[in-house]
Design a protein. Sequence first.
Length: 117
Amino acid sequence: VQLQASGGGLVQAGGSLRLSCTASGPLFGSYSAYTLRWYRQAPGRQRELVAAITDGGSMNYADSVLGRFTISRDNAKMSFYLQMNSLKPEDTAGYYCNAWRFGAHYWGQGTQLTVSS
């Protein structure tokens, strides 16, 4: 199983970007049963949870992105997304996708976001 993260890039402060994470290969169980998360890690800092969406569609966000980022999922495409608006320089980081369910845990390779001031 692979999680392929994409959509990162260079954007000016105030801009928007959408990250995608798509699973390929045989998952353990149904994709719809997974909790899906985006993490980020900036140089010299610990990896932090940015947003999560459960199998039931409940979403939660880090305080630092609340109101600016939106997580969503498309089970039919085995994909989930992070829509990022009103980007700030402090959002600059490597963004990593994660899929978890009891008995299985997968990570994507990361995609870099750089926000210029």
